[in-house]
Design a protein around this ligand. Structure first.
Ligand code: PMP
Length: 407
């Protein structure tokens, strides 16, 4: 006999509760997490609720979504290959442009193997749950992205979360495991997506070496922004050779949709048969694959884009601080503004939208209930004038609401 679950209620009750919460927003204003963008005018400007809005929440770090060469590559791929792949590579076959993109990703990293995935989320599911299973040990930073935690669950491995950015805690946890085994994977992010802080990669590598752990670095927010060739923080910290698996996404600096893993471990190729989120899902569309390949060429050729991203990021930080905003004390293209509880965060976010500024909002479960954030991301696409306008408006709105005003 099937017994009622602990709630004894209707499955749909939890969704009804969310709908009721959402209905409250419809009367009042925009709903966080569900904003409709009516038009995209450029990589830095959109139309929301009929208003021209400066986009500071796109992760479009290099502004490549509108780059002429990137758009042309997508158009040409649609004409040559059609709009979709209509299935997985395992079932329907691999297009030559998929393998060409894999080679183009492996080459700059100087790694033997690259595999692309349909999203960055699926890259993490495939690599982590492909490498680890019940009996293995996964050590993940406590502030990891949802895809890393979901992958941990999917893998069935024993998962230990170490304190955020603490190589000491990681080393302590590794030291407690039986020695002489190679059944452990450490997962960190180059730059953490919520607060924008960077991982102490050299110290993490040292802990992995000492305790025989494999290391995976997720460069979702750092690829394109860090390193002499824009490969991410493993490059900028000089630890590429010590990183067993570099994972990244196409959906930020590369302006597309998809994900990748590069590695010198040629065993990685086995994921093509083993990883369920590779085998049982459709491969990236021709337009996406071709546009990402073109974006890689642009990034390799044009370091000025990276310089512009950093100039804009520093300008935004300086403008916000001059306007009295207390910021997270980290320097990365993610500029996070602590704003207190959820109600304050939503009120500020809505006011900014009314003033024509779109930023990301971080509320639970993305952060603790009393540590909500507004999160602006810089882009090479912004003009200095746009950055100044954004900083002035954000600082004024935040000051007026008196949530984070410095002293
Ligand atoms: N890893 C990290 C650290 C991320 O921030 C994200 C997306 N925000 C992902 C993976 C997932 O990437 P995608 O959007 O391509 O699925």
């Amino acid at each position: 006999m099937i017994r009622p679950g602990p709630s004894g209620a209707d499955l749909l009750d939890k969704l009804r509760a969310l709908s009721a919460r959402r209905a409250a927003f419809e009367a009042d204003g925009a709903c966080p997490g569900d904003t409709t963008i009516d038009e995209v005018l450029s990589a830095s400007e959109v139309v929301i609720r009929g208003r021209r809005t400066l986009m500071l929440g796109s992760n479009n770090y290099l502004g490549l979504t509108f780059h002429p060469e990137v758009r042309a590559a997508a158009r040409e791929a649609v004409d040559r290959y059609g709009v979709g792949t209509t299935g997985s590579r395992a079932a329907n076959g691999t297009l030559a442009i998929h393998t060409a993109l894999e080679r183009a990703l492996a080459a700059p990293f100087g790694k033997r193997t690259a595999i692309i995935f349909t999203t960055g989320y699926q890259a993490n599911l495939s690599v982590i749950a492909g490498l680890c299973r019940a009996g293995d040990v996964l050590l993940v930073d406590a502030d990891s992205h949802a895809s890393i935690f979901d992958a941990a669950r999917l893998s069935g491995a024993t998962t230990l979360a170490f304190h955020h950015n603490s190589p000491e805690d990681l080393a302590r946890k590794l030291a407690r495991l039986p020695s002489g085994r190679r059944d452990r994977l450490v997962v960190v992010e180059g730059v953490y997506s919520v607060r924008g802080d960077a991982a102490p990669l050299k110290e993490i590598v040292a802990a992995c070496h000492e305790h025989g752990a494999y290391l995976m670095v997720d460069e979702a927010h750092s690829f394109g922004a860090y390193g002499a060739r824009g490969l991410g923080r493993a490059e900028s910290e000089g630890i590429l050779a010590d990183t067993d698996f570099v994972v990244g996404t196409f959906s930020k600096a590369l302006g597309g949709v998809g994900g990748f893993c590069v590695s010198d471990r040629s065993e990685l190729e086995g994921l093509r048969f083993l990883a369920r989120s590779y085998v049982f899902t459709a491969s990236g569309s021709p337009a996406t694959i071709a546009s990402v390949h073109a974006a890689l060429r642009v990034i390799a050729r044009d370091p000025a884009l990276r310089a512009r991203l950093w100039a804009n990021t520093r300008r935004l930080r300086a403008g916000l601080e001059a306007g009295g905003c207390a910021l997270e004390p980290v320097e990365s293209p993610i500029v996070s503004i602590p704003v207190g509880d959820e109600a304050a965060a939503i009120a500020l976010w809505q006011r900014l939208l009314e003033e024509g500024i779109y930023v990301n909002i971080m509320v639970p479960p993305a952060c603790p209930p009393d540590a909500c954030l507004l999160r602006a991301s810089g882009s090479a696409a912004h003009t200095p004038g746009e950055i100044d306008r954004a900083a002035t408006v954000i600082a004024r709105v935040v000051r007026k609401t008196d949530v984070t005003a410095a002293d």
